[in-house]
Each structure stands twice: as structure tokens, then as C-alpha cells.
Design a protein around this ligand. Structure first.
Ligand code: PMP
Length: 304
């Protein structure tokens, strides 16, 4: 278990982590009716605490609430308030290492039935030690026996808690089989993503990732990698990927807040050679950018 910091932000104030009370009768608990995001807070070379792409994280949280129909959030929150809450949370905890912040909008209305609109919400934010969910040197993946929930059943681009049962099933299946994580396929057998990270492959010098209509979360790091690669003169293509293309790819890597940029070294007992040149190049750059150590990409950074 990762270390959870003592102070959390809950219901507009910073309190002890054991004092947050979300009812067992809330829609958040009954139906998994919460939306969330996780973003990194790092200590940069100058010793400043900085967060990465906070604006985009807030925007995705707002979009997730909008897609699900949780309309109370947008009425009560804006980016300024979100940044202010993050600052208060970080100030209240004695942080001298890189951490992740998980911000969640919970529907806390009680016994409200299976609906979303017009229900009260509460926002929680907590901090925990930043640890990768994948082995940093290289991860081994297994194609999941569970398919990715399609966008037409539970929207993939909304980061909604209840949908993560799908990820739990797939990740546990991979672990049970001796792998680090899964590859989700969609209903047509095309590659979507991992349990909580996006996927890229390199073939014939092109960097290829499934396009955003393939039942995947529109990852903030996915978008960042696409931009960084483009700026490095690497050709980026968003298109359908067949599983067998991954088997014979020159390089494969995963990316996400909690996955960083991790080379994939094996898929379904087939070795993937690497980490290759492009994976290494983008991995170095991505690490620098998320930590706020790149002057060129300082626009992604909010000092806290
Ligand atoms: N896909 C899924 C299903 C995820 O849970 C995550 C983690 N948020 C990602 C992709 C990567 O998204 P991000 O880069 O925004 O962390």
C-alpha cells in the first residue's frame, strides 16, 4: 500500500484524513457515481513544488462530470478554486518528495436512485507518495480476457469511478497470470489501452497510438507525448491498431500519470525488443517536462 498523507481537502476545508465522512447511502458509494483525476506534484530542480497540466486535469474533471450528468460540480467550481484547493492541500502536508494528488467529485446525495442531475456533490483531494503502477524498467502485458467497456455503455473519456471495476478485473487477470498489466481490446478486437495507461508503438519509424474513438481515456500524458514527439520531428499517427501489430512492433510503451512512460518488453509471451531509441528519447523528455525541469514546456507547469 502506498503512503497516504495526513491532511486531505474535503468539503471545502483541509482536515485530517480520518475525518472525511462520505455516507454509505450516497450515490458515490451505491453506484460508483464519482468522477476523478490524478495529477503529479513534483519538486523541481530549484526545489519548488510544481504541478503538471493542472488546467487540463481540471478541464477533464469538468468534462467527466458533464458527460455523466453530474451538474452540481460546474456550478460550484472553477479553475481558480481548484488551484487554490491544491495549494492549500500541498501547504498543509509536509511534502519533500514527488507525490500524486487524487481529486474526486463524489455525488453525496443519499438514496437518490439511479440518476445524476440535480444531486449534491462533495470534492475530496488527497496526496500520496508517487509510485509507478508499472515496473519502470519494462512491463510485461497480457491481452485481457475482459473487453474494454465501450463508449456507448459507459463513456470511456469520462473518468468515472464505477467504470474502474472493468480495469480491476483486467489488471487482476493479468497479475493472476504472472503479468504486470493488461492490454484491453475493444469489441472489434482492436487495441484500446492498459488498465490505467495509454499505449503507443513504433513501426517503420512512425509513432502510432489508437485514435481517441477507440474506447480509451483521453490521457493527458497521451496528448503530451503526441505533442513532444511532433516537436521532436517524429511522425505521429492516430489509427486503429491490431493486437498482432504490437507483437511485431519495433518499440511499445505505455504512458500515464501513474505509469510515467514505461517500455513494454513482453506481450502474451512474445518479447518486444527495447527499450528502443524513440522510447528512450521521449521517456527522458517526458520525465523532464512533468517535473517542471524543461524551460521549453514551462507552460504545462503551475507553481504551488
Ligand atoms: N487510461 C486509463 C483507463 C487511465 O485510468 C489513465 C490514468 N488516468 C490513463 C489512461 C492515462 O491518463 P493520464 O495520462 O491522464 O494519467
Amino acid at each position: 500500500m502506498v503512503q497516504l498523507y495526513e491532511k486531505i481537502f474535503y468539503d471545502n476545508e483541509v482536515i485530517g484524513k480520518n475525518n472525511a465522512r462520505l455516507s454509505v447511502a450516497s450515490s458515490a458509494v451505491l453506484y460508483g457515481l464519482s468522477v476523478y483525476t490524478v495529477f503529479p506534484v513534483s519538486i523541481n530542480k530549484e526545489g519548488q513544488k510544481v504541478s503538471f497540466r493542472l488546467t487540463e486535469h481540471f478541464q477533464r474533471l469538468t468534462n467527466s462530470a458533464k458527460i455523466i450528468g453530474i451538474d452540481d460540480f460546474e456550478k460550484n467550481w472553477n479553475l481558480e478554486k481548484f488551484i487554490d484547493a491544491t495549494k492549500k492541500l500541498i501547504d498543509a502536508n509536509d511534502i519533500n518528495e514527488d507525490v500524486f494528488v487524487r481529486a474526486t467529485v463524489h455525488v453525496d446525495a443519499q438514496i437518490a436512485g439511479t440518476r445524476s442531475r440535480g444531486l449534491s456533490t462533495v470534492v475530496s483531494m488527497f496526496v500520496y507518495k508517487a509510485e509507478s503502477i508499472l515496473p519502470r524498467k519494462g512491463a510485461r502485458l497480457k491481452t485481457s480476457v475482459w473487453r474494454r467497456i465501450p463508449d456507448y455503455a459507459i463513456p470511456s473519456r469520462a473518468k468515472v469511478n464505477g467504470a474502474y471495476v472493468n480495469s480491476v478485473l483486467a489488471k487482476q487477470d493479468a497479475i493472476d497470470s504472472g503479468y504486470d498489466d493488461c492490454i484491453f481490446l475493444d469489441f472489434n478486437g482492436h487495441v484500446c489501452e492498459l488498465s490505467a495507461a495509454n499505449i503507443f508503438m513504433v513501426r517503420h519509424g512512425q509513432l502510432i497510438t489508437p485514435d481517441a474513438t477507440h474506447d480509451l481515456l483521453e490521457g493527458i500524458n497521451r496528448q503530451t507525448i503526441i505533442q513532444l514527439a511532433g516537436d521532436q520531428g517524429i511522425e505521429v499517427v492516430e489509427r486503429s491498431i491490431d493486437l498482432t501489430e504490437l507483437y511485431i512492433a519495433d518499440e511499445v510503451f505505455a504512458c500515464g500519470t501513474s505509469a510515467y512512460l514505461t517500455p513494454i518488453i513482453e506481450i502474451d509471451a512474445r518479447k518486444i525488443h527495447g527499450p528502443g531509441k524513440i522510447t528512450k528519447q521521449l521517456g527522458r523528455l517526458h520525465a523532464e517536462v512533468i517535473k517542471g525541469d524543461s524551460y521549453e514546456y514551462s507552460g504545462f507547469i503551475t507553481p504551488l
